[in-house]
Ligand binder design. Structure first.
Ligand SMILES: [Zn+2]
Length: 483
Protein backbone atom coordinates (compact mmCIF):
# COMPACT_ATOMS: atom_id res chain seq x y z
CA UNK A 1 0.00 0.00 0.00
CA UNK A 2 2.45 2.67 -1.07
CA UNK A 3 0.00 5.53 -0.98
CA UNK A 4 -1.02 4.76 2.60
CA UNK A 5 2.57 4.46 3.75
CA UNK A 6 3.53 7.72 2.09
CA UNK A 7 0.48 9.44 3.59
CA UNK A 8 1.50 8.17 7.01
CA UNK A 9 5.07 9.35 6.50
CA UNK A 10 3.93 12.79 5.49
CA UNK A 11 1.67 12.96 8.55
CA UNK A 12 4.59 12.04 10.76
CA UNK A 13 6.72 14.76 9.26
CA UNK A 14 4.05 17.37 9.88
CA UNK A 15 3.66 16.37 13.50
CA UNK A 16 7.36 16.36 14.27
CA UNK A 17 7.68 19.77 12.67
CA UNK A 18 4.72 21.19 14.55
CA UNK A 19 5.95 20.07 17.96
CA UNK A 20 9.54 21.10 17.41
CA UNK A 21 8.50 24.53 16.13
CA UNK A 22 6.33 25.02 19.15
CA UNK A 23 9.09 23.93 21.46
CA UNK A 24 11.40 26.51 19.91
CA UNK A 25 8.94 29.36 19.77
CA UNK A 26 7.38 28.92 23.17
CA UNK A 27 10.27 27.93 25.34
CA UNK A 28 11.16 31.44 26.42
CA UNK A 29 8.15 33.09 27.97
CA UNK A 30 6.51 30.51 30.14
CA UNK A 31 5.06 31.37 33.48
CA UNK A 32 1.92 31.12 35.45
CA UNK A 33 0.64 34.56 34.59
CA UNK A 34 -2.53 34.24 36.58
CA UNK A 35 -1.46 33.75 40.14
CA UNK A 36 -1.73 30.03 40.79
CA UNK A 37 -3.73 29.16 43.83
CA UNK A 38 -1.34 28.04 46.51
CA UNK A 39 -3.56 25.82 48.53
CA UNK A 40 -3.10 25.41 52.21
CA UNK A 41 -2.17 21.92 53.21
CA UNK A 42 -4.52 20.12 55.51
CA UNK A 43 -3.07 17.65 57.91
CA UNK A 44 -3.08 14.13 56.52
CA UNK A 45 -4.71 11.52 58.69
CA UNK A 46 -3.35 8.04 59.20
CA UNK A 47 -3.54 5.84 56.08
CA UNK A 48 -5.99 3.48 57.75
CA UNK A 49 -8.54 6.29 58.00
CA UNK A 50 -8.37 7.29 54.38
CA UNK A 51 -11.08 6.28 51.93
CA UNK A 52 -10.62 4.43 48.67
CA UNK A 53 -11.06 6.69 45.64
CA UNK A 54 -12.48 5.77 42.23
CA UNK A 55 -12.30 8.31 39.39
CA UNK A 56 -14.35 7.48 36.30
CA UNK A 57 -14.00 9.49 33.09
CA UNK A 58 -16.25 8.77 30.14
CA UNK A 59 -15.07 9.89 26.73
CA UNK A 60 -17.30 12.23 24.71
CA UNK A 61 -20.29 12.32 27.09
CA UNK A 62 -22.04 15.65 26.83
CA UNK A 63 -23.87 16.62 30.02
CA UNK A 64 -27.33 16.86 28.51
CA UNK A 65 -27.24 13.22 27.42
CA UNK A 66 -27.24 12.14 31.05
CA UNK A 67 -30.81 11.72 32.30
CA UNK A 68 -30.12 13.50 35.58
CA UNK A 69 -28.79 16.46 33.56
CA UNK A 70 -31.96 16.73 31.49
CA UNK A 71 -31.90 13.99 28.85
CA UNK A 72 -35.49 12.77 28.45
CA UNK A 73 -34.46 9.25 27.50
CA UNK A 74 -33.55 7.22 30.58
CA UNK A 75 -30.30 5.90 29.19
CA UNK A 76 -28.10 6.42 32.26
CA UNK A 77 -29.71 4.65 35.25
CA UNK A 78 -26.42 3.86 36.98
CA UNK A 79 -24.98 7.37 36.62
CA UNK A 80 -28.33 8.74 37.79
CA UNK A 81 -28.10 6.51 40.84
CA UNK A 82 -24.74 8.09 41.69
CA UNK A 83 -26.30 11.52 41.19
CA UNK A 84 -29.08 10.66 43.63
CA UNK A 85 -26.55 9.57 46.24
CA UNK A 86 -24.09 12.46 46.08
CA UNK A 87 -23.27 15.90 44.75
CA UNK A 88 -24.25 16.75 41.19
CA UNK A 89 -22.63 19.90 39.82
CA UNK A 90 -25.00 21.57 37.38
CA UNK A 91 -22.32 23.28 35.28
CA UNK A 92 -19.15 21.22 34.98
CA UNK A 93 -16.70 22.64 32.43
CA UNK A 94 -14.13 20.48 30.65
CA UNK A 95 -10.67 22.01 30.62
CA UNK A 96 -10.38 21.13 26.95
CA UNK A 97 -12.61 19.57 24.32
CA UNK A 98 -9.91 17.09 23.31
CA UNK A 99 -9.08 13.94 25.24
CA UNK A 100 -5.42 14.20 26.24
CA UNK A 101 -5.35 17.85 27.34
CA UNK A 102 -8.60 17.45 29.29
CA UNK A 103 -7.26 14.45 31.19
CA UNK A 104 -3.94 16.21 31.78
CA UNK A 105 -5.90 19.02 33.42
CA UNK A 106 -7.92 16.59 35.54
CA UNK A 107 -4.75 14.90 36.81
CA UNK A 108 -2.60 18.03 37.22
CA UNK A 109 -5.33 20.49 38.28
CA UNK A 110 -3.93 23.03 35.84
CA UNK A 111 -5.53 24.76 32.89
CA UNK A 112 -4.26 23.65 29.48
CA UNK A 113 -1.66 26.38 28.97
CA UNK A 114 -0.13 25.50 32.34
CA UNK A 115 0.75 21.87 31.65
CA UNK A 116 3.13 20.36 29.13
CA UNK A 117 0.46 18.56 27.11
CA UNK A 118 -0.97 21.92 26.05
CA UNK A 119 -3.88 21.65 23.61
CA UNK A 120 -2.26 18.79 21.69
CA UNK A 121 -3.79 15.37 21.56
CA UNK A 122 -1.26 12.59 21.42
CA UNK A 123 1.89 14.39 20.29
CA UNK A 124 2.81 15.80 23.70
CA UNK A 125 3.52 14.49 27.17
CA UNK A 126 2.63 15.43 30.72
CA UNK A 127 5.83 16.10 32.64
CA UNK A 128 7.30 18.31 35.31
CA UNK A 129 4.15 18.79 37.37
CA UNK A 130 2.77 17.12 40.41
CA UNK A 131 -0.34 15.05 39.75
CA UNK A 132 -3.24 13.62 41.67
CA UNK A 133 -1.86 10.10 41.23
CA UNK A 134 1.59 11.09 42.48
CA UNK A 135 0.05 12.64 45.58
CA UNK A 136 -2.03 9.53 46.30
CA UNK A 137 0.89 7.18 45.67
CA UNK A 138 3.20 9.18 47.92
CA UNK A 139 0.57 9.03 50.66
CA UNK A 140 0.65 5.24 50.59
CA UNK A 141 -2.21 4.52 48.23
CA UNK A 142 -2.16 1.68 45.72
CA UNK A 143 -2.70 3.50 42.42
CA UNK A 144 -3.87 2.14 39.07
CA UNK A 145 -5.37 3.41 35.83
CA UNK A 146 -7.27 1.61 33.07
CA UNK A 147 -7.60 3.65 29.90
CA UNK A 148 -9.16 3.00 26.51
CA UNK A 149 -8.18 5.75 24.05
CA UNK A 150 -4.90 5.73 22.13
CA UNK A 151 -4.05 9.31 23.13
CA UNK A 152 -4.04 8.24 26.80
CA UNK A 153 -1.32 5.66 26.34
CA UNK A 154 1.61 5.91 28.75
CA UNK A 155 3.70 7.63 26.10
CA UNK A 156 1.69 10.83 26.73
CA UNK A 157 2.81 10.90 30.36
CA UNK A 158 -0.59 10.50 31.97
CA UNK A 159 0.74 7.38 33.70
CA UNK A 160 2.77 9.47 36.13
CA UNK A 161 2.11 8.36 39.69
CA UNK A 162 0.27 5.16 38.81
CA UNK A 163 1.83 1.92 40.12
CA UNK A 164 -0.15 0.06 37.49
CA UNK A 165 -1.12 1.67 34.15
CA UNK A 166 -3.18 -0.60 31.93
CA UNK A 167 -3.30 0.90 28.44
CA UNK A 168 -3.67 -2.32 26.52
CA UNK A 169 -5.91 -1.60 23.53
CA UNK A 170 -6.64 -4.66 21.43
CA UNK A 171 -9.27 -3.06 19.18
CA UNK A 172 -8.85 -0.71 16.26
CA UNK A 173 -11.48 1.89 15.64
CA UNK A 174 -13.97 0.95 12.92
CA UNK A 175 -13.04 3.68 10.44
CA UNK A 176 -9.50 4.57 11.49
CA UNK A 177 -7.38 1.49 11.83
CA UNK A 178 -4.42 3.47 13.15
CA UNK A 179 -6.35 4.40 16.26
CA UNK A 180 -6.38 1.74 18.97
CA UNK A 181 -9.01 1.58 21.63
CA UNK A 182 -10.61 -0.78 24.12
CA UNK A 183 -14.28 -1.45 24.72
CA UNK A 184 -15.67 -0.55 28.12
CA UNK A 185 -16.49 -4.15 29.08
CA UNK A 186 -12.84 -5.13 28.64
CA UNK A 187 -11.50 -2.09 30.44
CA UNK A 188 -13.81 -2.61 33.39
CA UNK A 189 -12.94 -6.32 33.55
CA UNK A 190 -9.28 -5.38 33.92
CA UNK A 191 -10.13 -2.89 36.65
CA UNK A 192 -12.22 -5.49 38.46
CA UNK A 193 -9.29 -7.93 38.50
CA UNK A 194 -7.12 -5.26 40.11
CA UNK A 195 -9.79 -4.22 42.62
CA UNK A 196 -10.19 -7.84 43.73
CA UNK A 197 -6.56 -8.15 44.84
CA UNK A 198 -6.48 -8.11 48.68
CA UNK A 199 -4.63 -5.05 49.97
CA UNK A 200 -3.81 -3.27 53.19
CA UNK A 201 -3.45 0.16 51.63
CA UNK A 202 -6.28 2.34 50.33
CA UNK A 203 -6.67 2.46 46.56
CA UNK A 204 -6.91 5.22 43.98
CA UNK A 205 -8.18 3.90 40.64
CA UNK A 206 -8.84 5.90 37.48
CA UNK A 207 -10.98 4.15 34.87
CA UNK A 208 -11.55 5.71 31.44
CA UNK A 209 -14.36 4.40 29.21
CA UNK A 210 -14.22 5.11 25.51
CA UNK A 211 -17.51 3.92 24.06
CA UNK A 212 -19.47 7.14 23.38
CA UNK A 213 -16.60 8.34 21.21
CA UNK A 214 -17.49 7.79 17.57
CA UNK A 215 -18.01 5.81 15.45
CA UNK A 216 -21.28 5.08 17.25
CA UNK A 217 -21.45 1.30 17.13
CA UNK A 218 -23.04 0.20 20.40
CA UNK A 219 -24.16 -3.22 19.16
CA UNK A 220 -27.11 -5.13 20.57
CA UNK A 221 -29.10 -4.46 22.65
CA UNK A 222 -27.83 -0.90 22.96
CA UNK A 223 -28.47 0.19 19.38
CA UNK A 224 -32.19 -0.17 20.02
CA UNK A 225 -32.37 1.58 23.38
CA UNK A 226 -33.22 4.96 21.80
CA UNK A 227 -33.68 4.19 18.10
CA UNK A 228 -33.49 7.87 17.28
CA UNK A 229 -33.40 11.13 19.19
CA UNK A 230 -34.66 14.44 17.83
CA UNK A 231 -32.12 16.95 16.55
CA UNK A 232 -32.83 20.26 14.83
CA UNK A 233 -31.84 18.59 11.59
CA UNK A 234 -34.04 15.69 10.56
CA UNK A 235 -32.74 14.80 7.14
CA UNK A 236 -30.11 12.73 5.44
CA UNK A 237 -26.63 14.19 5.69
CA UNK A 238 -23.76 13.85 3.24
CA UNK A 239 -20.60 12.08 4.37
CA UNK A 240 -17.66 14.50 4.52
CA UNK A 241 -14.33 13.53 3.01
CA UNK A 242 -12.62 14.78 6.17
CA UNK A 243 -12.99 14.14 9.89
CA UNK A 244 -13.93 17.69 10.81
CA UNK A 245 -16.24 20.17 9.20
CA UNK A 246 -19.75 21.56 8.93
CA UNK A 247 -22.84 20.23 7.24
CA UNK A 248 -22.24 16.50 7.15
CA UNK A 249 -21.16 13.30 8.79
CA UNK A 250 -17.40 13.31 9.51
CA UNK A 251 -15.66 10.60 7.54
CA UNK A 252 -14.65 8.67 10.66
CA UNK A 253 -18.25 8.60 11.88
CA UNK A 254 -19.86 7.28 8.70
CA UNK A 255 -21.85 4.09 9.21
CA UNK A 256 -23.02 2.00 6.27
CA UNK A 257 -26.57 2.85 5.29
CA UNK A 258 -27.09 5.38 8.09
CA UNK A 259 -27.54 9.00 6.99
CA UNK A 260 -30.33 10.61 9.02
CA UNK A 261 -29.04 12.75 11.87
CA UNK A 262 -31.52 11.52 14.54
CA UNK A 263 -30.37 7.94 13.93
CA UNK A 264 -26.81 8.95 14.79
CA UNK A 265 -28.06 10.65 17.96
CA UNK A 266 -29.85 7.41 18.88
CA UNK A 267 -26.72 5.35 18.34
CA UNK A 268 -24.73 7.86 20.42
CA UNK A 269 -27.31 7.34 23.19
CA UNK A 270 -26.81 3.60 22.80
CA UNK A 271 -23.08 3.92 23.39
CA UNK A 272 -23.80 5.99 26.50
CA UNK A 273 -26.23 3.36 27.80
CA UNK A 274 -23.62 0.67 27.21
CA UNK A 275 -21.03 2.69 29.16
CA UNK A 276 -23.55 3.35 31.91
CA UNK A 277 -23.97 -0.36 32.50
CA UNK A 278 -20.21 -0.68 32.89
CA UNK A 279 -20.16 2.25 35.32
CA UNK A 280 -22.61 0.25 37.41
CA UNK A 281 -20.53 -2.88 37.18
CA UNK A 282 -17.42 -0.95 38.20
CA UNK A 283 -19.00 0.91 41.12
CA UNK A 284 -20.62 -2.27 42.44
CA UNK A 285 -17.24 -4.02 42.48
CA UNK A 286 -15.44 -1.05 44.04
CA UNK A 287 -18.02 -1.01 46.83
CA UNK A 288 -17.60 -4.71 47.45
CA UNK A 289 -13.82 -4.44 47.62
CA UNK A 290 -13.62 -1.19 49.57
CA UNK A 291 -13.29 -1.75 53.28
CA UNK A 292 -12.74 1.82 54.40
CA UNK A 293 -15.36 3.98 52.69
CA UNK A 294 -15.43 4.84 49.01
CA UNK A 295 -15.30 8.13 47.12
CA UNK A 296 -16.58 7.96 43.53
CA UNK A 297 -16.09 10.87 41.13
CA UNK A 298 -17.51 10.71 37.61
CA UNK A 299 -17.07 13.13 34.74
CA UNK A 300 -16.46 13.18 30.98
CA UNK A 301 -13.41 14.51 29.20
CA UNK A 302 -15.59 16.62 26.86
CA UNK A 303 -18.92 16.59 25.05
CA UNK A 304 -19.91 16.32 21.39
CA UNK A 305 -21.48 18.52 18.72
CA UNK A 306 -24.88 17.27 17.63
CA UNK A 307 -26.00 19.93 15.16
CA UNK A 308 -24.61 22.98 16.95
CA UNK A 309 -23.20 25.62 14.61
CA UNK A 310 -23.57 23.17 11.72
CA UNK A 311 -21.21 20.58 13.21
CA UNK A 312 -22.34 16.99 13.61
CA UNK A 313 -20.85 14.18 15.70
CA UNK A 314 -17.45 15.69 16.41
CA UNK A 315 -15.59 17.62 19.08
CA UNK A 316 -12.32 19.42 19.65
CA UNK A 317 -13.05 22.19 17.14
CA UNK A 318 -14.50 24.69 19.60
CA UNK A 319 -14.91 25.33 23.32
CA UNK A 320 -18.64 26.00 23.18
CA UNK A 321 -21.07 24.48 25.70
CA UNK A 322 -22.13 21.36 23.77
CA UNK A 323 -18.49 20.27 23.87
CA UNK A 324 -17.33 21.92 27.10
CA UNK A 325 -20.22 21.06 29.46
CA UNK A 326 -19.72 17.71 31.12
CA UNK A 327 -21.39 15.79 33.94
CA UNK A 328 -19.55 16.07 37.25
CA UNK A 329 -20.79 13.94 40.15
CA UNK A 330 -19.08 13.08 43.44
CA UNK A 331 -20.31 10.49 45.92
CA UNK A 332 -18.47 10.36 49.24
CA UNK A 333 -19.04 9.46 52.89
CA UNK A 334 -20.65 12.41 54.68
CA UNK A 335 -21.82 14.08 51.48
CA UNK A 336 -25.62 14.29 51.27
CA UNK A 337 -27.48 14.21 47.96
CA UNK A 338 -27.36 17.73 46.56
CA UNK A 339 -27.53 19.54 43.23
CA UNK A 340 -25.05 22.40 43.22
CA UNK A 341 -25.34 25.57 41.13
CA UNK A 342 -22.31 27.48 39.92
CA UNK A 343 -19.44 26.80 37.56
CA UNK A 344 -16.95 24.07 38.37
CA UNK A 345 -14.11 22.63 36.36
CA UNK A 346 -12.01 19.57 35.73
CA UNK A 347 -9.24 21.32 37.63
CA UNK A 348 -11.38 21.19 40.79
CA UNK A 349 -11.39 17.40 40.91
CA UNK A 350 -7.88 16.94 42.32
CA UNK A 351 -8.27 19.39 45.23
CA UNK A 352 -11.69 17.91 45.99
CA UNK A 353 -10.58 14.27 45.99
CA UNK A 354 -7.47 15.06 48.02
CA UNK A 355 -9.46 16.88 50.69
CA UNK A 356 -11.97 14.03 50.85
CA UNK A 357 -8.99 11.72 51.45
CA UNK A 358 -7.56 14.01 54.14
CA UNK A 359 -4.48 14.75 52.07
CA UNK A 360 -2.70 18.02 51.31
CA UNK A 361 -3.65 19.73 48.07
CA UNK A 362 -1.24 19.83 45.14
CA UNK A 363 1.38 22.55 45.58
CA UNK A 364 0.12 24.44 42.53
CA UNK A 365 -3.46 24.26 41.35
CA UNK A 366 -5.93 26.23 39.26
CA UNK A 367 -8.78 24.47 41.01
CA UNK A 368 -10.64 24.78 44.29
CA UNK A 369 -11.89 22.11 46.65
CA UNK A 370 -15.64 21.62 46.28
CA UNK A 371 -15.95 19.77 49.58
CA UNK A 372 -17.54 22.60 51.59
CA UNK A 373 -20.25 23.04 48.96
CA UNK A 374 -20.82 19.29 48.83
CA UNK A 375 -20.94 18.68 52.58
CA UNK A 376 -22.44 21.91 53.89
CA UNK A 377 -24.04 23.64 50.93
CA UNK A 378 -21.59 26.55 51.00
CA UNK A 379 -22.12 28.62 47.83
CA UNK A 380 -19.37 28.32 45.25
CA UNK A 381 -17.28 31.45 44.73
CA UNK A 382 -17.85 33.51 41.59
CA UNK A 383 -15.00 32.67 39.26
CA UNK A 384 -14.02 32.03 35.65
CA UNK A 385 -12.80 28.65 34.42
CA UNK A 386 -11.22 27.91 31.07
CA UNK A 387 -11.89 25.36 28.35
CA UNK A 388 -8.97 25.55 25.93
CA UNK A 389 -8.44 23.93 22.54
CA UNK A 390 -5.53 26.11 21.48
CA UNK A 391 -7.14 28.08 18.67
CA UNK A 392 -10.13 28.84 20.88
CA UNK A 393 -10.96 29.16 24.55
CA UNK A 394 -14.27 29.23 26.35
CA UNK A 395 -14.05 31.23 29.57
CA UNK A 396 -17.07 30.27 31.67
CA UNK A 397 -18.54 32.06 34.67
CA UNK A 398 -21.85 31.86 36.49
CA UNK A 399 -23.60 34.16 34.00
CA UNK A 400 -22.34 32.81 30.70
CA UNK A 401 -19.13 32.55 28.76
CA UNK A 402 -16.68 34.33 26.52
CA UNK A 403 -15.86 32.57 23.28
CA UNK A 404 -12.40 33.75 22.31
CA UNK A 405 -10.88 32.76 18.98
CA UNK A 406 -7.11 32.96 18.84
CA UNK A 407 -5.17 33.50 15.63
CA UNK A 408 -1.73 34.67 14.62
CA UNK A 409 -1.31 38.16 15.94
CA UNK A 410 -4.60 38.56 17.69
CA UNK A 411 -7.89 37.32 18.99
CA UNK A 412 -11.58 38.12 18.73
CA UNK A 413 -14.32 37.29 21.16
CA UNK A 414 -18.04 37.08 21.75
CA UNK A 415 -19.95 37.20 25.02
CA UNK A 416 -22.73 34.66 25.45
CA UNK A 417 -25.13 35.22 28.33
CA UNK A 418 -26.92 32.40 30.08
CA UNK A 419 -30.70 32.54 29.54
CA UNK A 420 -32.89 32.82 32.61
CA UNK A 421 -34.81 29.68 31.62
CA UNK A 422 -33.20 26.42 30.64
CA UNK A 423 -29.56 25.86 29.88
CA UNK A 424 -29.23 27.95 26.71
CA UNK A 425 -27.19 31.08 25.99
CA UNK A 426 -27.66 34.14 23.79
CA UNK A 427 -25.03 36.35 22.26
CA UNK A 428 -24.86 39.82 23.79
CA UNK A 429 -22.91 43.00 23.34
CA UNK A 430 -20.49 42.08 26.04
CA UNK A 431 -18.07 44.26 27.90
CA UNK A 432 -14.36 44.10 27.23
CA UNK A 433 -12.61 40.84 27.85
CA UNK A 434 -11.67 40.68 31.55
CA UNK A 435 -8.00 41.21 32.32
CA UNK A 436 -7.61 37.73 33.81
CA UNK A 437 -8.67 36.16 30.50
CA UNK A 438 -6.35 38.45 28.53
CA UNK A 439 -3.55 37.40 30.88
CA UNK A 440 -4.33 33.71 30.35
CA UNK A 441 -4.21 34.21 26.58
CA UNK A 442 -0.69 35.57 26.88
CA UNK A 443 0.50 32.32 28.45
CA UNK A 444 2.05 29.52 26.41
CA UNK A 445 2.36 25.90 27.41
CA UNK A 446 5.84 24.55 27.95
CA UNK A 447 5.30 21.58 25.65
CA UNK A 448 7.09 18.25 25.92
CA UNK A 449 6.98 15.82 22.98
CA UNK A 450 5.39 12.44 23.61
CA UNK A 451 7.57 9.40 23.99
CA UNK A 452 7.93 7.10 21.00
CA UNK A 453 5.28 4.49 20.37
CA UNK A 454 5.91 1.15 22.08
CA UNK A 455 7.48 -1.75 20.16
CA UNK A 456 4.19 -3.64 20.54
CA UNK A 457 2.18 -0.87 18.92
CA UNK A 458 4.74 -0.44 16.15
CA UNK A 459 4.51 -4.18 15.56
CA UNK A 460 0.74 -3.92 15.41
CA UNK A 461 1.00 -1.21 12.78
CA UNK A 462 3.40 -3.37 10.80
CA UNK A 463 1.02 -6.31 11.03
CA UNK A 464 -1.72 -4.11 9.61
CA UNK A 465 0.57 -3.16 6.75
CA UNK A 466 0.96 0.49 7.76
CA UNK A 467 4.70 0.45 8.35
CA UNK A 468 7.48 -1.08 6.31
CA UNK A 469 9.65 -3.64 8.15
CA UNK A 470 12.23 -2.06 10.46
CA UNK A 471 10.80 1.38 9.84
CA UNK A 472 12.31 3.96 12.13
CA UNK A 473 9.69 6.62 12.55
CA UNK A 474 8.03 8.67 15.18
CA UNK A 475 4.48 7.63 15.96
CA UNK A 476 1.55 9.40 14.41
CA UNK A 477 -0.35 11.77 16.62
CA UNK A 478 -4.00 11.77 15.71
CA UNK A 479 -4.11 15.54 15.25
CA UNK A 480 -6.57 16.55 12.60
CA UNK A 481 -8.85 13.87 13.89
CA UNK A 482 -11.35 14.28 16.66
CA UNK A 483 -10.20 12.42 19.71
ZN1 LIG B 1 -12.15 12.31 24.45
Amino acid sequence: MPSLVSRLRSRLGVHVLRVSRLLRSRASSIGLGLAPVLLAACSPGPPAARPDVLLVTIDTLRADFVHSYGQAAEITPRIDELARRGALFETGIASSTATAPAHASILSSRHVRRHSVGPFNGETRLEGVETLAIRFRDAGYDTAAFVSNVVLKARTGLDRGFDHYDDDMPETEANRLLLFERLSEQTVSRALEWLAVPREAPFFAWVHLQDPHGPYTPGEPWSAIAPELPLRTDRELPVLKVNRGRGGIPHYQALPGVRRAPLYAGLYAGEIARSDEQVGRLVDAAEIHSTRGLVVALTADHGESLDEDGFFFQHGHAATPEQARVPLIVVAPGVPPRRIEGVVSHVDLAPTLLELAGLPALDVSDGISLVASMRDGVALPRRTVISDIGHEIGAYDADGYWRVRVFDGGRDFQRWQRLAEGSGYEKTDGPELPAEIEAYLRESPELRPAHAMSPEDLERLRALGYLPPRASVRPPGPSGTTE
